[in-house]
Design a protein around this ligand. Structure first.
Ligand code: NAP
Length: 252
């Protein structure tokens, strides 16, 4: 049976919707107190907190932009009030509207890199400060949400997003080795096409229908299917896995 550190705390950035929501739900069901971070959809975050509470778990919703240092500090302060941080899921991520590189503005690029890359670095820094045995911590697990876009490059769609996810893969390898002897495992999950709101956010609500035929298994994935992989990597069953990048992409 999968065991996770109980009576410990997990932070899920972007936990209000999609893959993050599924991760928060499953981690709470395994006994962790969960910080459900969100940036704008308070209703979604609160509904998940209520759902987790009704199922006997514990969660709180904390608003904050992962790309803003002061917000991240507030998210971690809220987590500290619940107990010992054991798991960080760096899930918050954004795409932008479909564009070629020769159309991309600096404003777009700054937003893309700030949320997707710096928004993974700052929470990870704060997690290491709490988890590392070097800093008096008891260890922990960090899981980063990358994307198969990091392998494919997403030409004609969003090379900026794909590049940011490439950075997440490299970050995973580097941080994993940096803190491997300090009780922290760092891994990434690379989802393929998953049925969430993110495609509509990029202005292509029918993106899954358009690309389904290109997926070797001929179907999109669900947020739960990604969350189960995340949960496995967070569990003791993955005790020797660090610096791993796991594709959950139906073969894509
Ligand atoms: P989603 O359905 O669009 O949900 C995004 C979540 O991130 C929401 O909870 C949103 O909060 C939150 N968020 C957005 N910007 C944020 C910010 N600056 N600070 C804090 N939270 C923020 O996305 P998803 O499809 O579940 O994607 C989750 C992760 O998986 C992302 O990193 C994405 O790149 C990656 N991924 C997704 C797919 C896919 O096909 N869906 C494929 C590969 C990788 P609000 O609810 O408040 O807006």
């Amino acid at each position: 049976m999968t065991t996770l550190p109980t009576r410990a705390v997990a932070i899920v950035t972007g936990g209000s919707r999609g893959i993050g929501r599924a991760c928060a739900r499953i981690l709470a069901s395994r006994g962790l107190a969960v910080v459900v971070n969100y940036v704008s959809d308070e209703k979604a975050a609160n509904s998940l907190v209520a759902e987790i509470g009704a199922a006997g778990g514990h969660a709180i919703a904390v608003k904050g932009d992962v790309g803003v240092e002061a917000d991240v500090m507030a998210i971690f302060k809220a987590a500290d009030s619940l107990g010992r941080l054991a798991v960080l899921i760096n899930n918050a991520g954004v795409v932008d509207v479909v564009a070629r590189v020769d159309e991309m503005t600096v404003e777009r690029l700054n937003r893309m890199m700030t949320i997707n890359i710096i928004g993974t670095f700052i929470p990870s820094r704060e997690a290491v400060l709490r988890m590392s045995t070097k800093h008096g911590g008891k260890g922990g697990v960090i899981i980063n949400l990358s994307s198969v876009a990091a392998k494919l490059g997403s030409p004609g769609m969003y090379v900026d997003y794909a590049s940011a996810k490439g950075a997440i893969d490299t970050f995973t390898l580097g941080l994993a080795r940096e803190v491997a002897a300090e009780g922290i495992r760092v891994n990434a999950v690379r989802p393929g096409l998953i049925d969430t709101d993110i495609h509509a956010s990029g202005g292509v609500p029918d993106r899954i229908e358009k690309l389904r035929d290109q997926i070797p298994v001929k179907r999109e994935g669900s947020a739960d299917e990604v969350a189960r992989a995340v949960c496995w990597l967070a569990s003791d069953e993955a005790s020797y896995a660090t610096g791993a990048i796991l594709d959950v992409s139906g073969g894509r």
